[in-house]
Design a protein around this ligand. Structure first.
Ligand code: MTE
Ligand code: MO
Length: 319
């Protein structure tokens, strides 16, 4: 892990003034003035588990992954300031404003249910999985999209490590439940904690990753730190953030948006321009930063990789 010196961090990356000031205070308390900061070696120990350090931490040792798109990438500023993360509020700017209270260390992911080797992974163990950069399109059901250079590992690696039993047909993903840290959970917008699910073959597909970073850095809190699901051929809401539990089950598991509005959000939620949301069209989308809308692609453009998973299924019924 490499930690950038505070001096290298652009002020645009530090938006929360209070955290910025806290960090300055910490540097002063540690007896380091501007001169002291020059000795980069001290910094990793100095910042330790502080929240601020995570925001500035570069991820190292990842390779350039497959399936990447070479479309222009959405600016970091947009990826981190236009978010859906209802645990921190329903406004697109809320996650950035309010997710500073999320503590991402210590963090564990408990794996349970239909597996031979149930276990709890520490986040540090998961960061040792083979990390790749995957530049994926993310298409929100609200008909906007982004191109995001994620860093993550294939979910299949984790699945193989716990040895699913023959009864494991689906996987459920559970977000942290902690209304102290997640103020949005004090209100009943959704049935907390946020839950999502995949069929086993979807989870095993090489496109499906557990994201731990983006743009070469540790995952920003508002994007689902420290670990979130990324399923690029499905609407964004399938990609659950800040996951603490992965449960292998026999039956199709309940999912947060399906419970909230079953007639609007199904279990599969594959990006599909021919199946409209009951209140708006899914035929086109606005790429964040673009002026003109563009056509939405079947399976968000990943048809070649995933269409076979749904052969023989009526995707108008199983939306
Ligand atoms: N726990 C949790 N995960 C979530 C959400 C949420 O509100 N809570 N929103 C989803 C939606 S609707 C989208 S579009 C994506 C947005 O991811 P991003 O903010 O990193 O672009 O996260 C998904 N994961
Ligand atoms: Mo979304």
């Amino acid at each position: 892990m490499l930690i950038r010196k505070p001096d290298d961090i652009k002020s645009s990356e530090i938006t929360d003034k209070k955290r910025y000031l806290n960090r300055r205070r910490f540097i002063q308390a540690a007896g380091l003035g501007a001169a002291g900061i020059g000795s980069g070696l001290l910094l990793p120990a100095m910042f330790g588990n502080m929240d601020e350090a995570h925001a500035a931490k570069k991820l190292e040792g990842f390779t350039k992954g497959k399936f990447g798109t070479d479309e222009p990438q959405t600016p970091l500023k947009d990826i981190t300031s236009y978010n859906n993360f209802y645990e921190f509020g329903t406004d697109k700017g809320d996650p950035k404003r309010h997710s500073g209270s999320l503590k991402t260390r210590p963090w564990t992911v408990e794996v349970e249910g239909e597996v031979n080797k149930p276990r709890t992974f520490d986040i540090e163990e998961l960061l040792k999985m083979p990390l790749e950069e995957r530049v994926y399109r993310l298409r929100c059901v609200e008909a906007w999209s982004m191109v995001i250079p994620w860093i993550g590992f294939e979910l299949s690696h984790l699945i193989k490590a716990v040895e699913p039993t023959n009864n494991a047909k689906y996987i459920q993903f559970v977000t942290l439940f902690d209304p102290e840290q997640m103020p949005g959970q004090r209100r009943g917008i959704l049935d907390w904690p946020y839950v999502e699910g995949l069929r086993m073959d979807e989870a095993m597909n090489p496109l499906t990753i557990m994201g731990v970073g983006l743009y070469g850095e540790v995952m920003p809190n508002q994007n689902g730190a420290p670990i979130r699901l990324v399923v690029p051929w499905k609407y964004g809401f399938k990609s659950a953030k800040s996951i603490v539990k992965i449960r292998f089950v026999e039956e199709e598991p309940p999912t947060a948006w399906n419970m909230a509005a079953p007639q609007e959000y199904g279990f599969y939620s594959n990006v599909n321009p021919t199946v409209n949301h009951p209140r708006w069209s899914q035929a086109s989308e606005r790429r964040i930063g673009d002026f003109f809308r563009r056509k939405t692609l079947m399976f968000n453009g990943y048809e070649e990789q995933v269409a076979h998973l749904y052969k023989g299924m009526d995707l108008k019924k199983l939306y």
